[in-house]
Design a protein around this ligand. Structure first.
Ligand SMILES: Nc1ncnc2c1ncn2[C@@H]1O[C@H](COP(=O)(O)OP(=O)(O)O)[C@@H](O)[C@H]1O
Ligand SMILES: [Mg+2]
Length: 323
């Protein structure tokens, strides 16, 4: 795999205004996504995964706001891009599929017509024939029979609608596809089948993907790299297999212990004692300090920067690994 960065997020700070208070949901977050990489983003509910996904694509809406940071898609700084330029690049350069995407399909339009709308709005080529051709191609990619193009959304199952949304996200062969809990609203079996199919797609079509799912065992199984998020910040990053085998951050260790088993059998989840910090208040040292079994004095007072652990890009934000 080439180690050419596609997306670089540097010291991103974002969150939500609640009256005068600012809820600092994404804190000082940095990571790199390489070209043709498949990155998983894991962390407890409420840790800021969706806010990060929206902010890094500049799709965060009020009361949400990006306070500071840099986001480069290739060499382009997304935070400095005029709105109109950014709008043009959505769908073409990057696309986002969320849990609610399948419900945002227009109920009064046939699938075919809404896919055509998206295609013709964003394509420089306005030929209907070529648009149809592309529709057929992406429908085949997601294994949906072409006859469903003539259906209305309500005539389709949730799984089918979400497959169609994924097909739409691929219309322009974007460089980056972000999936935020794309299957959470669906039946467990359907969830797995869609995500596994997405992984096959990933190998067939060249793009980079970021996947967020609460099915952490599946996430580790199918992604190449993993980023572990806690209290708005990515605290550990590395190759999925390495992180799974040998987690470094105490939070990652606790999170992995909380997974019933990596094969996904249902056992009792072990919850991590304590609660995440209040994100509307400043955090001085390590955000995991309160819950950490290994914490020492420095952890409370000093923010842990990223410490490189290996040549292949693995890093952790934890004082245990500083000299
Ligand atoms: N639209 C919003 N307005 C205010 N607060 C929000 C909004 N969306 C999310 N939050 C808060 O930001 C924090 C991070 O949320 P989110 O990014 O959705 O986390 P995750 O996706 O990891 O579950 C949560 O505590 C949540 O309550
Ligand atoms: Mg979320």
């Amino acid at each position: 795999m080439s180690k050419e960065p596609l997306l670089e997020v540097k010291n991103l700070n974002a969150g939500y205004y609640k009256g005068k208070k600012f809820y600092h949901a994404v804190r000082n977050c940095s990571f790199v996504l390489y070209r043709n990489d498949f990155l998983g983003l894991a962390g407890e509910s409420g840790c800021g995964k969706s806010t990060l996904a929206l902010a890094m694509l500049r799709l965060l809406k009020a009361p949400g706001k990006i306070l500071s940071g840099e986001i480069y898609l290739e060499k382009l700084n997304l935070l400095e891009l005029p709105d109109e330029e950014l709008r043009k690049r959505r769908w073409r350069d990057f696309s986002l599929v969320t849990q609610s995407s399948m419900n945002s399909l227009n109920p009064v339009l046939k699938i075919k017509d809404q896919m055509l709308d998206v295609y013709l709005e964003h394509s420089t080529d306005k030929s209907r024939e070529r648009a149809n051709q592309r529709l057929f191609e992406v429908m085949k990619l997601v294994n949906v029979d072409l006859k469903f193009l003539d259906s209305y959304p309500h005539q389709l199952s949730g799984g089918m609608r979400q497959r169609i949304v994924i097909a739409m996200a691929l219309l322009f062969s974007p460089k980056l596809v972000v999936l935020d809990e794309p299957t959470t609203a669906l039946d467990v079996v359907v969830q797995r089948s869609i995500i596994e199919q997405f992984q096959e797609l990933f190998h067939k079509v060249m793009f980079s993907a970021i996947l967020i799912t609460h099915d952490i065992s599946l996430l580790f199984e199918i992604t190449k790299h993993i980023a572990i998020m806690y209290a708005g910040d990515i605290v550990e990053y590395g190759e999925s297999g390495e992180v799974l085998e040998d987690p470094k951050h105490p939070y990652t260790k606790a999170l992995l212990q909380a997974i019933p088993s990596i094969s996904g059998e249902l056992k009792e989840y072990k919850s991590i004692p304590g609660r995440p910090p209040d994100l509307s208040k400043p955090i001085v040292g390590c955000s995991y300090f309160d819950r950490c079994d290994y914490a020492f004095e420095k952890c409370q007072d000093v923010y842990p920067g990223a410490i490189r652990l290996s040549e292949n890009g693995r890093w952790v934000k934890c004082h245990l690994y500083s000299k």
